[in-house]
Design a protein around this ligand. Structure first.
Ligand SMILES: Nc1nc2c(ncn2[C@@H]2O[C@H](COP(=O)(O)OP(=O)(O)OP(=O)(O)O)[C@@H](O)[C@H]2O)c(=O)[nH]1
Ligand SMILES: [Mg+2]
Length: 214
């Protein structure tokens, strides 16, 4: 791998994007990768502050940048990604040998994608608490992302199924995976609980193999 790979992470408000960065950075660092992060928020730099506090022992805080977009977060990663490209170029210039930058888009709607000018690999995340109909409703992130994550599977027993014909009372993860297969073909989808660490090793493996060494 000769240049910095930029990985975009998008998904609805609160689905676990910042938690994802918190959990995978130590693992990537352990594998010898030099990692930076950019976090977009609309009215604050709260997530970047949180990442710097939580990841202080794993990476230099200068490797974490916050962007206050001031408007629709999807605009800042899709339509006019100049603020994010500037931030990524700054990280790359200030940190020679940087292998990967994780870019979190502020929580937003299901039409989110990342401009290919900004991200080389696009992860889209949904969470089970939003109901098990989420995948079949489709959307660009769900269909087009390089990797789809269904997070918070630990909450499935507490969420009622929204799909009557499923015959299951609680959120039906099998059906969500089937819906993903129907919409995405062979592109990977992973069930995850960042809280319990379920799926985390598989996630890091996919990132290593599909994003970093492609
Ligand atoms: N139960 C459970 N909670 C989780 C899981 N992953 C994340 N959370 C919690 O969900 C809440 C939101 O997580 P964040 O990482 O802030 O979500 P986000 O997508 O970055 O949110 P925004 O940036 O505001 O859009 C936090 O309180 C997390 O601890 C999970 O797998 N299970
Ligand atoms: Mg966040």
């Amino acid at each position: 791998m000769s240049r910095t790979v930029r990985i975009g992470i998008g998904g609805a408000i609160g689905c676990g994007k910042t938690e994802l960065i918190e959990k995978i950075v130590p693992k990537l660092v352990e594998e010898g990768f030099k990692v930076g992060a950019i976090s977009n928020d609309v009215y604050s730099k709260e997530d970047a502050r949180r990442l710097a506090a939580r990841l202080g022992k794993d990476i230099d805080p200068n490797l974490i940048l916050g962007i206050e977009t001031g408007g629709c977060p999807h605009t800042a990663v899709r339509d006019d990604p100049s603020m994010n490209i500037d931030a990524a170029e700054k990280l790359e210039k200030d940190n020679p040998g940087l292998d990967v930058i994780l870019i979190e888009s502020g929580g937003d709607n299901i039409t989110l994608t990342f401009s290919p000018k900004l991200a080389d690999f696009f992860i889209y995340m949904v969470d089970v608490a939003g109901g098990d109909k989420t995948i079949r409703k489709g959307g660009l992130g769900i269909k087009k992302s390089d990797l789809l994550l269904i997070n918070k599977i630990d909450l499935a027993p507490y969420v009622e199924s929204t799909i009557l014909e499923s015959g299951v009372k609680t959120a039906n993860l099998d059906l969500m995976m089937q819906d993903a297969k129907n919409l995405r073909g062979d592109k990977p989808t992973l069930l995850l609980s960042l809280k319990d660490g379920i799926g985390l090793d598989e996630l890091v493996k996919i990132i290593r193999e599909k994003a970093l060494f492609k």
